[in-house]
Design a binder for this molecule. Structure first.
Ligand SMILES: Cc1cc2nc3c(=O)[nH]c(=O)nc-3n(C[C@H](O)[C@H](O)[C@H](O)COP(=O)(O)OP(=O)(O)OC[C@H]3O[C@@H](n4cnc5c(N)ncnc54)[C@H](O)[C@@H]3O)c2cc1C
Length: 370
């Protein structure tokens, strides 16, 4: 018997389990995949030292000092600062759209105070946008929309942006400066040995059952539990999809081992044009400038977007999803001896620091620790 049975070994499950053990509780973690770490799992590619983030490039960033101190108990970070570039018609621009992007795109030399008026002159007169395309044009104008948003959005959603609701975007930030750091957070970096060792250390001394799906023998696992089950899997699956399946946008990766020292000169290159079938190319070597890699090889990963509810990455959150989620949340409230947490159980896009913060809060409330 255990005090807690934790379903899922991603950040929510691992942090909760770590906190429970640290506070004298017994706990077991069940994981249906063959590895720990959830979507943050990373590994070294074959016999190279190149660390691959199996479910897409993950950059750790936060402004929360206690949380930064907490995660630093389990790893050291390098000083990587994320910058994103995008290729449009064979030219490379900096993202998110900033003064450098606007100046190179239009071939002008605007100063920060001139950007707002310049963009206002490019915006359409659309007072009541009825779809994503109209909304984007009303925010940044047709030229920038067609160059940087339209093709990328078509690839991400697999449909024309005029078919998507305006509500998907509330703002498209344009920076009036040359600042091109993707995140503004004080603390940022990549774990020196990748993400998996963080989970190994968090779960030290805790039994972990890999390849076990909680639903295959739910009653057995509930019998093993004295206090609560902590569930971090999909909320609709927990309730047997009785109101339907929530929509997720998904991604698929294609990896290549390339005999080059450096393929693209950066960790992530976006591809804005619809004619290029992938949305991004990742080159993980660039996440670890502190490492000496072999000069003769690199690994690149092409990322393709797709809609696939069986491989959930980003909650779609259409109106129908919001209604369905509310129905599931009402059922959740009636579940006794359960804690639901993390991106799948809450149907919420969480960055890593947010999911860790939410697991620490849940553990504090549950375990009564300060
Ligand atoms: C492409 C992509 C890039 C991202 N990049 C960043 C980034 O740069 N920076 C950042 O901060 N965040 C990033 N994130 C977000 C980050 O991945 C999440 O915040 C984090 O993984 C959420 O952890 P979790 O524990 O909620 O879920 P998960 O990591 O999904 O863990 C849930 C675990 O539960 C297991 N499970 C589910 N059902 C069952 C069951 N029935 N029985 C047993 N086990 C089960 C699953 O197999 C999984 O391992 C990114 C996300 C994506 C999709």
């Amino acid at each position: 018997m255990y005090d807690y049975v934790v379903v899922g070994s991603g950040f929510f499950g691992a942090v909760f389990a770590q906190q429970a053990r640290e506070n004298g509780k017994s706990v077991i973690v069940l994981e249906k995949r063959d590895h720990i770490g959830g979507n943050c799992y990373s590994y070294n590619y074959e016999d190279t030292e190149i660390n691959i983030h199996a479910y897409g490039t993950h950059i750790f960033h936060t402004n929360n000092k206690p949380l930064w101190d907490y995660i630093n108990r389990f790893t050291e970070f390098n000083r990587y600062q994320h910058r994103v570039l995008t290729t449009h018609k064979d030219q490379v621009y900096s993202m998110p759209i900033n003064l450098g992007t606007v100046n190179s795109f239009y071939g002008v030399n605007l100063k920060p105070k001139e950007v707002e008026d310049f963009l206002a002159s490019k915006r359409g007169d659309i007072s009541n946008p009825s779809n994503l395309e109209e909304k984007a044009i009303s925010l940044i104008g047709k030229d920038l929309y067609e160059a940087f948003i339209k093709g990328y959005t078509m690839k991400q959603w697999g449909c024309d942006p005029t078919k998507l609701p305006a509500s998907i975007i509330t703002r498209l930030p344009v920076r009036n400066s040359y600042h091109d750091s993707y995140f503004n957070d004080i603390y940022q970096g990549i774990p020196l040995e990748g993400y998996t060792p963080i989970f190994t250390r968090m779960l030290e001394g805790i039994p972990v059952e890999l390849g076990i799906d909680f639903f295959e023998d739910q009653s057995y696992w509930r019998d093993q539990c004295r206090e609560k089950v902590v569930y971090t899997g999909p909320i609709d699956r927990y309730f047997d999809y009785q109101f339907g399946s929530l929509n997720w946008r998904s991604v698929r990766f294609e990896m290549d081992h390339v005999p080059l020292e450096d393929y693209q000169g950066t960790s992530v290159m976006n591809y804005a044009d619809a004619e290029i079938p992938y949305t991004r190319i990742h080159e993980p070597k660039h996440l670890h400038l502190e490492k000496t890699h072999k000069p003769s090889e690199t690994v690149i990963i092409r990322e393709y977007s797709q809609v696939d509810n069986d491989a959930p990455y980003y909650p779609v959150n259409f109106e129908e999803d919001k209604t369905m989620l509310k129905q599931y949340q009402d059922l959740q409230l009636q579940e006794k001896n359960m804690i639901f947490g993390g991106r799948l159980a809450q149907y919420k896009y969480y960055d890593m620091h947010q999911v860790i913060a939410s697991a620490l809060t849940a553990a504090k409330q549950e375990l009564g620790v300060s």
